[in-house]
Design a binder for this molecule. Structure first.
Ligand code: FAD
Length: 415
């Protein structure tokens, strides 16, 4: 942070003064967010030329809290697309996409994974070919969260089959609402349907809707993945104590819509918060084995929160995402698995009963925890991949052998 950067107290006072005059409870959510973006308070850590105030990264949290303290609705999180486009550009993309993302006018999804390219993401085969002023895209994506209601997709597609695996990929912005894009929801084993298959058949993308540079999409993809590891658990929107009015009503319905997709995410993280009460209700809190496993869980959970805090502190000083992203993500998987184990130990065979059964512990939540926890170790890069990243990039171990290295991808794939 430079010496002339303002202190949190100065920023707090400034945003309080602005909210006192800028907030008006009769505004619609869109009008309010436009005011926030115009004033640079939506994401104050972004540069002034891109809707921010050039403040240090800690300012985003400080400002969000002050806006809510002033009775107003806070801004939408910039998600993964926002920071990627901000970092990778070009200006044309920053100009076109950042503002509607911050006002919430355009909802995004991530179109990276394919049926045979998940961990080996650079092995993707969805192909984009330039045809006049448009790219024409064919292929299939899978596991795409929110694709069923997204306006735009962060799409990785191969644009040069004669370049080596990682070098012929381009990062596009795909308009989702068009005839060439077919989105089919997938039903999960916990009965939710938060992600989809996306079939692309001659889908069209304007020539300039590229993030970074053509054939250099891997660099931009790595930026998105690094942010994804840091994304962590999704916080619930908080509206207590805010001023009633159109903006709050619309923010509540927007949050309810988002909650439909993410309702099972707390269960996916293991519901550590319920463990002690669960043991008490079932009369298992005196059992030494249960107590020992709960103690193990709570210490792992506390350590994982400290890791997350360490990552937040690093970000607040402006450090780019580092190994604590992979460490933190692995820790969340360990905690989720241990939580599921402890809940099952407490619940016994009843843990297998679904929510519809009157004897199901925690009103069916326990069964949902057990079938949702495995996703924690997969989404955003599996545990094994996080270990590979740590081994290779942090511990300096030899890299995984890559038989396709340096070969034109067309040849590597055939061979
Ligand atoms: C809840 C959830 C939400 C998701 N949302 C999205 C989304 O919005 N957009 C999107 O594009 N994708 C999304 N995904 C997909 C996710 O990114 C992939 O599932 C993930 O990257 C793993 O890829 P895969 O499923 O193809 O498994 P695979 O890559 O086939 O892996 C299978 C197994 O092999 C192991 N393995 C593979 N390669 C190696 C290796 N080199 N070394 C050691 N072990 C290895 C893996 O760890 C895993 O255990 C989501 C997934 C989940 C669960």
């Amino acid at each position: 942070m430079s010496d002339d950067a303002p202190t949190p107290e100065v920023v707090r006072a400034e945003v309080q003064a602005w909210v006192a005059t800028g907030w008006d409870r009769s505004l619609s959510l869109r009008e309010w967010r436009e005011r926030l973006v115009d004033a640079g308070w939506a994401v104050p850590s972004w540069p002034r030329e891109w809707h921010g105030r050039g403040l240090p990264p800690w300012a985003d949290d400080v400002v969000r809290r002050e806006i809510q303290r002033g009775g107003a609705v806070a801004t939408v999180p910039a998600g993964l697309a926002g920071p990627t486009i901000l970092e990778q550009g070009p200006d044309l993309a920053r100009e076109r996409f950042l503002r509607p993302l911050l006002t919430g006018e355009e909802v995004w999804c991530q179109l990276f994974s394919e049926p045979s390219a998940g961990s080996d993401l650079a092995g993707l085969t969805t192909t984009a070919v330039l045809d006049g002023d448009e790219w024409v895209v064919n292929g299939q994506k899978v596991w795409n969260t929110s694709a069923h209601h997204a306006d735009l997709g962060m799409l990785l597609a191969r644009t040069d089959w004669d370049a080596p695996k990682h070098q012929g990929i381009t990062y596009f912005v795909l308009p989702m609402k068009q005839p060439g894009v077919e989105v089919r929801p997938l039903r999960q084993m916990n009965f939710h349907a938060s992600f989809n298959e996306v079939f692309l058949t001659d889908a069209r993308i304007p020539k300039d809707w590229v993030v970074g540079e053509v054939n250099k999409g891997w660099t931009a993809a790595l930026a998105t993945l690094a942010h994804e590891r840091h994304f962590g658990a999704l916080g619930r929107a908080r509206f207590d104590g805010l001023d009633e009015g159109p903006a709050l009503d619309q923010a509540r319905s927007e949050a309810a819509e988002i909650a439909k997709v993410y309702a099972w995410y707390p269960q996916r993280a293991g519901r550590v918060d319920l463990v002690v009460d669960h043991a008490r209700t079932r009369g298992r809190h005196h059992d030494p084995l249960v107590r020992q496993e709960i103690a193990r869980l709570l210490s792992m959970h506390r350590a994982s929160e400290w890791t997350a805090e360490r990552a937040r502190a690093a970000r607040a000083t402006g450090r780019p995402p580092g190994p604590e992203g992979s460490i933190g993500k692995l820790a969340l998987s360990h905690v989720a698995r241990q939580a599921a184990r402890v809940h099952a130990l407490i619940g016994g065979a009843g843990a297998m009963l679904a929510g519809t059964d009157p004897h199901s512990p925690l009103d069916g939540l326990l069964a949902e925890i057990l079938v949702s926890v495995p996703a924690q170790s997969i989404a955003g890069g599996t545990d094994e991949i996080q270990r590979n990243i740590l081994g290779e990039r942090s511990l300096g171990l030899p890299r995984e052998p890559d038989p396709a290295k340096g070969l034109p991808y067309r040849e590597a794939r055939n061979g």
